[in-house]
Design a protein around this ligand. Structure first.
Ligand code: PEP
Ligand code: MG
Length: 315
């Protein structure tokens, strides 16, 4: 099955009933972008930009960032690239970001909160992104959003950066859905976001109130928990009200058991670990959206992740 998937890795990805699903890969370096292309990914749904910012004494300047983003974009050879703004904080601290000690780093100054706390860092990053050519290949995505205000604040800095650089082209600005607050207000956020992408790793942590790094809880932190699926369902419904697309860039996108459920809930883009992309594509080609919708409806009514998994495996 794996070999067959590999052989078809570079074929387009459409469900049995003709619905186009984008299968992208997550990246964190130029090497990852090359791996994405080699595995037939049709773009990158998440570039984690932290690789440029950690383990150093000073933040990368605009030129260095622009060079790196350009290198990733070029390696993707025209395929879409969704660049996530800096997602550091709490446990992932840098010496030039003196975040005060926190009792609960996962609930502290992180993601977009750090960007808005140090707006010059955000401005520099956005300016570097705006220098990538062709700019139309890039979209920007904001992590850890909990309310629409944060998106508005980032958009204001983006508009300022565009004015400074004389950029008139539009660049899509999307929001990661990884807090329960963002999921349940997805309809409000989608009114102003160009797209939504569900970060199931953090969303699961926050919905289940289980630390994603706690080994004692690891077995129970399951993104197929019906509570998480209901959050994704609400996200898709909110986005649909404004005709925005929803992707998944968290680990659940790389779980082929989850693929039909996600499609059934209305997700149209999956950003996977590059090596899994061929199998996810093969799974999509085997599915019809009607069956996926029926499965998703039943999954939402289960009481445990195990029951959800059994249902999905039976499809
Ligand atoms: C997520 O939280 O699902 C996600 C994709 O972001 P990260 O794993 O980088 O926190
Ligand atoms: Mg996250």
């Amino acid at each position: 099955r794996k070999a067959a998937a590999k052989a078809a890795a570079h074929q387009p990805c459409v469900t049995k009933d003709g619905v186009r699903i984008e299968v992208f890969a997550n990246t964190g370096s130029v090497k990852d972008a090359e791996a994405a292309v080699a595995n037939g990914a049709e773009g990158s749904g998440l570039l984690r930009t932290e690789f440029l910012f950690l383990d150093r004494e000073t933040p990368p300047d605009e030129d260095e960032q622009a060079r790196q983003y350009q290198a990733v974009a070029s390696a993707l050879d025209g395929r879409p690239l969704i660049i996530r703004t800096l997602d550091v904080g709490g446990d992932k601290a840098a010496p030039y970001l003196p975040i005060p000690a926190e009792e609960n780093p996962a609930l502290g100054l992180r993601g977009v909160r750090v960007s808005l706390w140090r707006p010059h860092l955000l401005k520099t990053q956005l300016r570097a992104i705006l220098r990538v050519a062709p700019l139309g290949q890039c979209r920007i995505m904001v992590p850890m959003v909990a309310s629409l205000d944060e998106l508005r604040a980032v958009r204001a800095v983006l508009d300022e950066a565009k004015r400074e650089l004389g950029v008139v082209e539009t660049i899509e600005l999307g929001v990661m859905i990884e807090t329960p607050a963002a999921a349940v207000t997805a309809d409000l956020i989608a009114a102003e976001a160009d797209f939504l992408s569900v970060g199931t790793n953090d969303l699961t942590q926050y919905v289940l109130a289980m630390d994603r790094g706690n080994p004692e809880l690891a077995a129970r932190i399951d993104a197929l928990h019906p509570a998480v699926l209901r959050m994704i369902d609400q996200t898709c419904k909110g986005a649909a009200r404004h005709r925005r697309w929803v992707g998944v860039c968290g680990g659940l996108a790389s779980d082929v058991v989850a693929t039909p459920i996600l499609l059934g809930l209305g997700v149209t883009e999956l950003s996977t670990t590059a090596s899994i992309a061929p199998e996810v594509k093969a799974r999509v080609r085997d599915l019809s959206l009607d069956a996926c919708r029926d499965l998703a409806r039943r999954a939402l009514d289960q009481t445990t992740p195990e029951a959800v998994r059994d249902l999905a495996k039976a499809l």
